[in-house]
Design a protein around this ligand. Structure first.
Ligand code: FES
Ligand code: FE2
Length: 396
């Protein structure tokens, strides 16, 4: 005898105030994950690091975008990116996540040497024995790389589809009501890292990404955060969950975005008095989340590893004068969002196993407090990028 599973009444036609989420398989299917890699992450600018990490010629970062290994190197005239693949027998060129190549990129296997500047094959052992070979056909494969405010972005599809500034700018205009000076004056390019955590989460990247686009959960799982910013627990003020373009004010008596609630650091140079005691957070699709505070910034980078596993790296960025001064305690600032990260990732992992439940075949629903950014901004972008009709995402 089989037991009839209870079924949702109908997420295909929910009440008007509810919006269907993606169906469960969008959070579990390796096939859909592979499509996302091809159609989203392999065609857009992905955040891979910050220029502060690679100040010297020869410095490199090894990253993986959409399953493709890439190295970003500092050449004589700026950053270059190449596939991390030797043209000889396919060895990886850089074997660590960061380091310095020296004057050229040298394959660790048979020592073919490539130029930092353009990836050209410069030399190889016993090359004189191969006089008929044209080296120009054996250069490294170049990858598009660009900088925006000290952040490094890589695009496997090249730069013909637009610059990083265009990709990010369009999102910032939406977030900041067109006034990009609100982010410019934080001087992100001048900040340096004062703390970093990496988290492994057993959840699909979209579960976490969606979580970062709503605050319906804040009153439940982030008691420390809502004590700092009461708006995050006020459904009246959250409304339909759209961004507050003026930022979110600290609670009266809270001087800093810190565990203690006390001001830990001086304001960043360049900010206006109206920037004080406020938080700005914004998704930068496809793989970043940026938070701006009066005295620091926080940068999240998402790495989708598989359909059910995501790596999240969080960096806390400060004025260099603060990081170099032992009189300042950075941990009071760092530990607040570290706590929030752990709470968010725990909640994301609570959801993941049930994405394959029969009850979630058609997905769940977004309530009005979650609808504006996820339902009306993220999902339309996702559908367009994936080339799927509206009816295939929610409302099946
Ligand atoms: S595989 Fe790189 S030199 Fe042989
Ligand atoms: Fe959260």
């Amino acid at each position: 005898m089989t037991t009839q599973l209870p079924r949702p009444a109908s997420n295909a036609d929910p009440a008007e105030s509810l919006i269907p989420t993606l169906p469960g398989r969008f959070y579990t299917s390796e096939e859909i994950f592979a499509q996302e890699q091809r159609r989203i992450f392999a065609t857009q600018w992905n955040l891979v690091g910050r220029t502060e990490q690679m100040p010297n010629i020869g410095d490199f970062l090894r990253v993986e975008i959409a399953g493709t290994a890439v190295i970003v190197v500092r050449a004589r005239k700026g950053l270059r990116a190449y596939l991390n693949v030797c043209r000889h027998r396919g060895s990886q060129l850089c074997l660590t996540d960061n380091g310095n190549t020296g004057k050229s990129i040298s394959c660790p296997y048979h020592a073919w040497q490539y130029s930092l500047d353009d990836g050209a094959l410069r030399n190889a052992p016993n090359w004189r024995a191969m006089t008929d070979v044209d080296k120009s056909g054996l250069s490294l494969a170049t990858v598009a790389v660009d900088e925006w405010k000290g952040l490094i972005w890589v695009n496997l599809a090249g730069s013909d589809g637009g610059t990083v500034e265009e990709q990010i700018g369009a999102q910032l205009r939406y977030r900041l009501d067109g006034d990009l000076s609100r982010v410019d004056r934080f001087g992100l390019e001048n900040l340096v890292v004062g703390g970093m955590y990496t988290y492994e989460c057993e959840a699909n990247w979209k579960i976490i990404f969606e979580n970062f686009q709503e605050c319906y959960h804040c009153g439940t799982i982030h008691p420390e955060l809502v004590e700092q910013i009461p708006t995050f627990a006020s459904f009246e003020e959250l409304g339909t969950g759209g961004y507050h373009t003026d930022g979110y004010s600290f609670a009266p008596g809270k001087e800093g975005f810190t565990i203690s609630g006390k001001r830990a650091l001086p304001m960043l140079p360049g900010l206006l008095p109206t920037d004080d005691a406020k938080y700005f957070g914004m998704i930068l699709r496809p793989n970043a989340f940026l938070s701006l505070l009066p005295d620091h910034a926080i940068l999240h980078r998402f790495e989708p590893i598989s359909a059910t596993h995501t790596r999240l790296t969080c960096e806390w960025l400060f004025d260099p004068a603060v990081v170099d001064n032992p009189d300042y305690d950075l941990s009071d600032s760092i530990e607040l969002f570290h706590l929030v990260n752990k709470q968010d990732l725990d909640a994301s992992a609570w959801c993941q196993p049930n994405m394959s439940s029969p009850l979630y075949e058609r997905g769940g629903v977004l309530v009005p407090t979650e609808s504006e950014i996820i339902g009306h901004w993220f999902y339309p972008w996702y559908r367009a990028a994936m080339g799927i009709p509206d009816s295939a995402v929610g409302g099946e």
